[in-house]
Design a protein around this ligand. Structure first.
Ligand code: ATP
Ligand code: MG
Ligand code: MG
Ligand code: MG
Length: 562
């Protein structure tokens, strides 16, 4: 491609509304443009990189036995009614009506659509397991779209869904997908970890996130210096905003919630003001629910506390229904009254205690390790310990480290969360009707692109890894008006193209300074410059990443770039 013909609007100034590197550089280097908050166009170079990210994802998904398909972005509300998510998903789901007043959603995710397809087509265990994926645009009306492609309202996701007749089959596919994900993020040379995670709005049980370790990440993870142990501290959402003096033990008491307690009552019992009761979480110890209230003086976690204090106490119909709602096994919960929002906390705390996961304080580097005394299960007390980076970790090997992470992928064991309400059933070996078991696996394709850009740049611009670079080689004729330089550039460009390299040739009648600055900004890994010595058949090769450069005869260029 000749640069004089390329639509590549670069900017000298740092855009004022972009506050992280990848966002600034993708705008400045002419890869993307914003159309509305959280909504972007990919310009030609951006689209090329996107296609390369997609290609790598596609290759590994295909290798792992997943089949590509494509589903509509426009989804009938009826399907979301069936799964129950039309009510539960909240304002992130973009909803609209057609001319006949029928309700639709713009796909935020595709569990409902795929489940409806599979339940209509698959009737026998003989056709299972199945693993299907698509790479497609998703819509989420994010509360805070930001950081460019990292958190958009319209973005590209690779989403895969698997269907099984046994749990073992799901377990197997889940492991295969985890391996494929590692292979994908390794290809992009990203510094990532797979971490235990909370399942959020999609539902289900076991799940892992793939986190790129990065200072601008929106999640905090705690991980072991030695073992594979790593967990998202989102798993302890009530705890992560609590400013805690190092080493301090807090008075904390647990109250049995078999009868729901009023906050003022508890405050009186604990001998503190109501506004000092700031944390409330429900966990299950010895199969009994226990509400823990921690007190202390500090700013309240606005949303959570509001929910804890203001929420109506809600009577749940049955113990098993409560268990299901909380994502735990039937029989693990006694009669209990809890408020709506606490359920999330409860679910989290359950996983938290089961996995002995850590919660980190976002501001300091402390994290909290829950030590549930067995006796606390009687509803008497529990102990919270604060530990800092470098302390032993929860699985007994190595010490704890903290890092911020960008969630680039997420794998879930959904179980029957969708197949049950949506009646995706099949006949087993004995001709018995059974409900399918599901998994789902997402990768933020456009987010991954931004994460790659975020991790690969310097003060001059982007530095693309080979796997996703928009062009393999950048040829520059320093002075396009100089016949020798223009000829050398032109010749190199043709040669490289012929040899199968995707080559960008800067043939523009611009000053050398402008050309070099643009080249550094765009970040193609190898640059060949035809300058003053072009007449003698000598050009310069420069590696964008290291800045290393040397002169070589034109005839050696092909060998050098191979
Ligand atoms: P987050 O916690 O960042 O909001 P999520 O957990 O809601 O993400 P999932 O439902 O797990 O996202 O979707 C699968 C993948 O899609 C995520 O791992 C992430 O890489 C990507 N993704 C989710 N939301 C966005 C977004 N708003 N913009 C870009 N990519 C996104
Ligand atoms: Mg989200
Ligand atoms: Mg998430
Ligand atoms: Mg997720």
């Amino acid at each position: 491609m000749k640069q004089s013909e390329l639509f590549l609007p670069t900017l000298r100034e740092v855009p004022s509304d972009a506050d992280i590197k990848s966002h600034q550089l993708l705008l400045r280097a002419g890869f993307i443009r914003q159309n509305a908050s959280g909504i972007y166009s990919f310009l030609p170079l951006g689209k090329k990189v996107l296609q390369k990210v997609e290609a790598a994802v596609r290759e590994e998904m295909n290798r792992a036995g997943s089949q590509e398909m494509m589903m509509p972005a426009l989804q009938l509300a009826d399907l979301w009614e069936e799964s129950g998510r039309w009510q539960s998903y909240g304002p992130e789901l973009m909803r609209l009506k057609d001319r006949h007043e029928r309700s639709f959603a713009l796909g935020a995710t595709h569990e409902e659509v795929i489940t409806s397809i599979i339940r209509d087509e698959i009737k026998s265990y003989k056709k299972l397991p199945l693993n299907l994926y698509q790479i497609q645009t998703k819509f989420r009306d994010e509360k805070r779209p930001r950081f460019g492609l990292l958190r958009g309202r319209e973005f590209i996701m690779k989403d895969a869904y698997s269907f099984h007749h046994t749990q073992e089959s799901l377990d197997e596919t889940y492991e295969t997908m985890k391996k494929a994900y590692s292979a994908i993020f390794e290809r992009f040379k990203l510094n990532f970890r797979s971490v235990l995670a909370d399942s959020g709005a999609i539902g289900g049980k076991d799940n892992h996130e793939f986190m790129v370790l990065s200072d601008i990440g929106e999640d905090w993870i705690a991980y072991s210096s030695e073992s594979d142990f790593a967990a998202n501290i989102e798993m302890a959402p009530v705890i992560d905003q609590y400013e805690m003096p190092e080493g301090e033990q807090l008075p904390i008491q647990a109250v049995d919630t078999r009868s729901a307690r009023k906050i003022e009552e508890v405050a009186a019992e604990l001998g503190c003001r109501e506004d000092q009761i700031i944390k409330s979480l429900l966990f299950i110890a010895d199969e009994k629910p226990v509400l823990v209230l921690v007190r202390g003086d500090h700013e309240v976690n606005e949303i959570k506390l509001k929910n804890v204090l203001d929420a109506e106490v809600l009577e749940l119909a049955s113990e098993d229904e409560t268990a299901k709602w909380m994502g735990t096994a039937p029989g693990t919960i006694g009669p209990v009254n809890i408020s709506g929002e606490i359920s999330v906390i409860a679910d989290t705390a359950v996983k938290y205690t089961k996995n002995a996961v850590c919660g980190a304080n976002q501001e300091s580097t402390h994290y909290i390790n829950f030590n549930i005394d067995r006796d606390a299960s009687a509803g008497k007390y529990a102990d919270i310990r604060f530990i800092k980076e470098g302390d032993p970790s929860p699985d007994g090997s190595g010490t704890i480290l903290f890092a911020k992470g960008i969630e680039v992928g997420h794998v879930f064991k959904l179980g029957k969360v969708y197949s049950e309400p949506m009646k995706a059933e099949f006949l087993d070996e004995n001709g018995k009707n059974q409900t399918m078991i599901m998994g789902c696996y997402g990768i933020g394709v456009s987010r991954t692109l931004a994460a790659i850009a975020e991790e690969n740049n310097d003060d001059k611009g982007l530095i693309w890894p080979l796997e996703v670079t928009p062009f393999d080689v950048h040829v520059i004729a320093v002075n396009s008006k100089n016949a020798e330089q223009a000829e050398a550039g032109e010749a190199l460009y043709s040669q490289l193209k012929e040899a199968g390299f995707d080559c960008l040739y800067d043939d523009r009648p611009e000053r050398a300074g402008v050309k070099f600055a643009d080249a550094d900004l765009i970040g193609i890994p190898v640059r060949i410059t035809a300058g003053k010595k072009a007449g003698e058949g000598i050009v310069e090769l420069k590696i964008r990443k290291t800045g290393e450069s040397y002169e070589l005869p034109v005839d050696d260029v092909l060998d050098a770039v191979k």
